[in-house]
Design a protein around this ligand. Structure first.
Ligand code: CDP
Length: 194
């Protein structure tokens, strides 16, 4: 069976949590595509070369979840050659035998427009910044500024900007518990699987 769940949305909206839960529930593979851009951003100087030569070890670094790594990811993610270098791997992952869940910014629009289920997960900037601050600590106002800056860059770039696919289901998790958000996503996938 080939079955793809595309989960897109802005920073710290809860995509990762929902994606892992959906993958667990249905026994699908999961790819956090943000990690690819974080690894490229962390690798340093030549982002295009880094994207072309990304290894599993690059994805295993323990400094990829920081706010700094998120900002670096968002900067290299605007470079068309960086995105191009990562497309084939993501498409293959999405369309290999067995189900797959991919979360990112352009999964439903660019990587896998044919995905069987598309979700665009969002929440207000304040709620998202608060959730990220609970994970990373520091100054909450600065976390909020970072979230807003990254969203603007991700949505404003020319190449594969962050946006909901026309046929994506919108899920605003501002007022939702994790359990509720996961239950909604699981119900959508279950309905499509029939
Ligand atoms: O976890 P969080 O939502 O904060 O970010 P992430 O998903 O790890 O993504 C980090 C950055 O990578 C984003 O701000 C985007 O610039 C970029 N990204 C992208 O351009 N396309 C994707 N499919 C996934 C991430």
């Amino acid at each position: 069976m080939i079955f793809t769940v595309a989960i897109d949305g802005p920073a710290a909206a809860g995509k990762g949590t929902i994606s892992r839960a959906v993958a667990d529930r249905f026994g699908f593979r999961h790819l956090d595509t943000g990690l690819l851009y974080r690894a490229v951003g962390a690798k340093g100087d030549d982002a295009v070369e880094a994207a072309r030569n990304l290894t599993p070890a690059d994805l295993g670094r323990d400094d990829l979840r920081t706010l700094k790594a998120g900002q670096a990811a968002s900067r290299v993610a605007a470079i068309p050659e960086v995105r191009a270098a990562l497309v084939a791997f993501q498409r293959r992952f999405a369309r290999s035998e067995g189900g797959a869940v991919l979360d990112g910014r352009d999964i439903g629009t660019v990587i896998c427009p044919e995905a069987e289920v598309k979700l665009f997960v969002t929440a207000s900037p304040l709620v998202r910044a608060h959730r990220r601050w609970l994970e990373v600590g520091g100054d909450e106002a600065e976390v909020l500024r970072g979230v807003i800056e990254r969203d603007a860059r991700d949505a404003g770039r020319t190449e594969a900007p962050m946006r909901a696919a026309d046929d994506a289901v919108l899920l605003d998790t501002s007022q939702m518990s994790v359990e509720e958000a996961v239950a909604r996503a699981v119900a959508l996938v279950a309905a499509r699987l029939g």
